[in-house]
Ligand binder design. Structure first.
Ligand code: FUL
Length: 698
């Protein structure tokens, strides 16, 4: 997690909502254990069971190669050549996703539906000669394919002239009324908290500051959604039905509690939740199948193995997974992404196709009563509950029908009765006796434990170590995954030395540096190698035991900073810039730095990564730091004459997405010196912090 974890923009929304939606499924007949602490509302409970669903980021940005539009884009740009709502929904379905949330309006303000309240919409675009309605097409396609539908309506609107004034809030509420009344049933409404301040704003081109907790009229927003869509959950960073998991990388905390307290949201808290917090506000893990949220020609989708890792680190930690798909300029999900989704689903389906605990004999320390017998733990939708007095020390044991080999362990709490268990361990029994194979904290809606290697056992035991209330546990399963190997990690240090790292033990790594595809006969990796001038490294892993090969990691390196010097700067540690480590500027001032590249190069652009959180600096200092909101860059032959600026602009979404920003110059410039000016940090933080800077020459 980066240092913005303590500072992310957030929406503080007052009040809680009365539950108007349909009631929960009934608990077991007869008496049930008393609920502990906060519990989900019926709509939250149903949403938990949706498990994994798609995000779709598609708008003007798809056609301008941007992540955040400025709001001044011509409506003529929106012109998908072969749009197919069915193809997009089928792609989501091919990945096993159960719903879809569409960016009806992103920060640039362009509306994918013909809103009656603005001209900045699909109705004035060339798409279907202005008679198209992407929101309707997507909603209907979801209906045809059995997926639930939801909408993203960005509160920040860089197009609207009244943004920042009361008239915009009325406009926003009107748009929400349109979306919640004209497009059928919605399962989720998504409110993003991002706001970079500046925008087109009807031609004003200025920075407008708003007070997010009060400006948008959240009580009205909530009332509109509850009235028109009583079963829909609302997502916001905090204080709605569903919270942000605190990163855009696809991992929930371990533990990740579905409860929070009333203190202000932080990314850290979003990631882990608060044990015993009085509010049920579960996390949703949102991540894109590609580095960006929108389609960019030069980006590639995640591999099936990587998506599988995300599955375990989101759904397997009790959150839902919101996986973004990025339709291209045709208006379709690219083939490579569809292939990844299909292969990912095949892995998940195969993994969970056979519960190896089925048919086992179950015993437990105690049982609450007939509706909560120990044997229920293997029956879908039923739960074992221990007696009220049986908390720490409670256990359940399954004698398997025969000796079984597995590497995934699954179980769940009946969250209708709250989160009850804190710490627990799982033991397996074989010829050598009992041994512990896993120990974790928090269960919640679902806990998946992926063991580092398969184990073979005749008995399995779950031991509760600490609990706030007697355990109520079900959906127990043991599974054996098909062989899935994650591709290796390829990194280069500031001296130009490349390191390959396997994601698990027991693998051999192979690579090429000439652009060819690596195989098990390519160079075997044994030690870091030099690539100072840049080049393409392609690497794969092979499992020593099974011989299974991973997908290929491809990383293109540019010239390394090995020969650079910082000739002038106001940053605290110029050496850190050269080492590729986090550096900061002076309090309240822009960062200025002149770098000598050591030789004359054809500079085509630069890359900048936001900082990695360094908590050793102290929480107060970290809280005052933020990544740069924008940049100004010059290139010079002699470090004295600078001429025209080579590029200037914003780093869209840098506070939330850490994948790094790649800025290409409109015109490459030959030179030996690069001057970078970073005017301000995001969210008005006084200190600008940068993770890494590189240049593009290739
Ligand atoms: C972010 C937005 O700023 C991104 O553009 C994207 O929509 C993501 C899901 O949320 O905060």
């Amino acid at each position: 997690m980066d240092m913005t974890s303590f500072t992310r923009r957030h929406l503080i929304l007052a009040g809680t909502a009365a539950s108007l939606s349909a009631p929960l499924p009934a608990l077991a007949a007869g008496s049930a254990p008393k609920a502990y602490g906060a519990t989900p509302s019926p709509r939250q409970y149903r949403w938990h069971n949706r498990t994994a669903y798609a995000f779709v980021h598609f708008t003007i940005n798809t056609f301008t190669d941007r992540e955040w539009g400025y709001g001044d884009e011509s409506v003529n740009l929106f012109n998908p050549t072969d749009f197919s709502a069915d193809q997009i929904v089928e792609a989501a379905k091919a990945g096993g996703l159960t719903g879809l949330i569409l960016t009806a309006k992103h920060h640039d303000g362009f509306c994918l539906w013909p809103s009656a309240y603005t001209e900045h919409s699909v109705k004035n675009s060339p798409y279907k000669n202005g008679r198209g309605d992407i929101v309707r097409e997507m909603s209907e396609a979801c209906g045809r394919h059995g997926l639930a539908f939801g909408v993203y309506l960005s509160p920040w609107d860089r197009n609207h002239s009244e943004y920042g004034h009361p008239a915009y809030v009325e406009y926003y509420h009107n748009q929400l009324r349109e979306l919640t009344t004209q497009y059928g049933k919605l399962f989720e409404v998504w409110f993003d908290g991002a706001n970079g301040g500046d925008g087109y704003y009807g031609g004003a081109r200025e920075t407008r500051r708003i007070h997010a907790p009060t400006y948008y009229g959240w009580d009205t927003v909530r009332a509109i959604v509850r009235k028109n869509q009583p079963d829909a959950v609302m997502f916001a960073d905090a204080d709605m039905d569903v919270r942000w998991v605190g990163n855009e990388e696809g991992h929930a905390g371990d533990p990740c509690w579905p409860t929070v307290d009333t203190t202000p949201y932080t990314q850290e808290k979003g990631n882990k939740g608060v044990r015993g917090g009085p509010i049920w506000n579960p996390a949703e893990t949102n991540v894109s199948i590609r580095p960006g949220w929108f389609w960019h020609a030069d980006e590639k989708p995640r591999t099936p193995a990587n998506l599988t890792k995300i599955y375990f680190e989101s759904i397997g930690r009790g959150t839902t997974l919101l996986l973004n798909l990025a339709p291209d300029r045709r208006g379709r999900v690219p083939d490579a992404d569809v292939m990844s989704l299909k292969a990912w689903k095949a892995i998940i389906d195969k993994t969970f196709s056979r519960n190896l605990a089925a048919g086992g004999t179950v015993t437990a320390s105690t049982a609450f009563g007939s509706g909560y017998a120990a044997t229920n733990i293997l029956k879908p939708g039923k739960f074992w509950a221990a007696k009220d007095s049986d908390r720490a020390g409670a256990w359940t044991e399954i004698t398997l029908p025969s000796v079984r080999t597995f590497d995934v362990i699954r179980f769940a709490e009946d969250i209708r009765l709250g989160v009850r268990v804190d710490d627990y361990a799982v033991d397996v029994f074989d010829a050598k006796g009992w041994r512990e194979v896993a120990r974790h904290t928090s269960i919640g809606h679902e806990r998946l434990i992926r063991l580092p290697a398969p184990v073979t056992a005749s008995r399995v035991r779950l031991r509760i170590l600490t609990a706030a209330a007697s355990p109520v546990i079900g959906n127990f399963g043991l599974f054996l995954m098909p062989p899935v190997l994650e591709e290796p990690i390829v990194r280069r240090d500031s001296k130009g030395m490349v390191t390959l790292t396997a994601t698990a033990a027991g693998q051999s790594l192979f690579y090429t540096a000439d652009g060819s595809e690596p195989t098990a006969s390519s160079t075997a990796y044994s030690a870091p190698f030099a690539l100072t001038r840049g080049g393409v490294v392609k690497a794969m892993a092979r499992d020593d035991r099974t011989g299974v090969a991973s997908a290929v990691t491809t990383v293109e390196f540019d010239v390394s900073p090995a020969n650079w010097t910082v000739v002038k700067s106001n940053i605290d540690t110029p050496d850190a810039l050269l080492r590729g480590e986090t550096f900061t500027g002076p309090d309240g001032q822009p960062i200025e730095a002149i770098i000598d590249l050591g030789e004359t190069l054809d500079v085509k652009g630069f890359v900048l990564a936001p900082p990695v959180q360094n908590i050793s600096l102290g929480i107060d200092r970290v809280n005052r730091m933020g990544p740069p909101a924008g940049y100004e860059v010059w290139v010079s032959a002699d470090g004295a004459q600078w001429g025209d600026m080579s590029a200037e602009g914003e780093f869209s979404n840098i506070a939330a997405n850490r994948t790094g920003q790649r800025i290409s110059f409109a015109t490459p410039k030959s030179g030996r010196y690069v001057r970078i000016r970073l005017p301000r940090a995001v969210q008005d933080k006084p200190v600008i912090a940068v993770g890494k800077i590189g240049i593009i020459t290739r």
